[in-house]
Design a protein around this ligand. Structure first.
Ligand code: ZN
Length: 91
């Protein structure tokens, strides 16, 4: 399969179609599909289904950033995604 419907979805998120084809879920290496409405890449693995955010056209394929997909709603659980981890600021 080459450029399919996902290509348009990928472009909606600022991603290149080819990028989607080379990306894979870091947990189970399954292909990812685009969820343009949520600006996420969703794992197609049957037993995985993690959703990864896309920020400024950059997919964040980190398990720490992923959330389980297919759950009810899911828009309410914001687990410390306010920004980078706090650390010493030399300035
Ligand atoms: Zn997966």
């Amino acid at each position: 399969m080459t450029a399919g419907p996902d290509a348009a979805g990928a472009e909606a998120l600022g991603l290149d179609g080819w990028l989607l084809e080379v990306l894979a879920c870091p947990q189970d290496r399954s292909p990812l599909r685009v969820d343009a409405e949520r600006s996420e890449l969703v794992c197609t693995g049957a037993s995985c289904g993690l959703a990864f955010p896309v920020r400024d056209g950059i997919p964040v394929l980190l398990l720490d950033e992923a959330r389980p997909a297919g759950g009810p709603g899911g828009a309410t659980d914001t687990i410390g995604t306010d920004g980078p981890a706090p650390g010493p600021d030399p300035a």
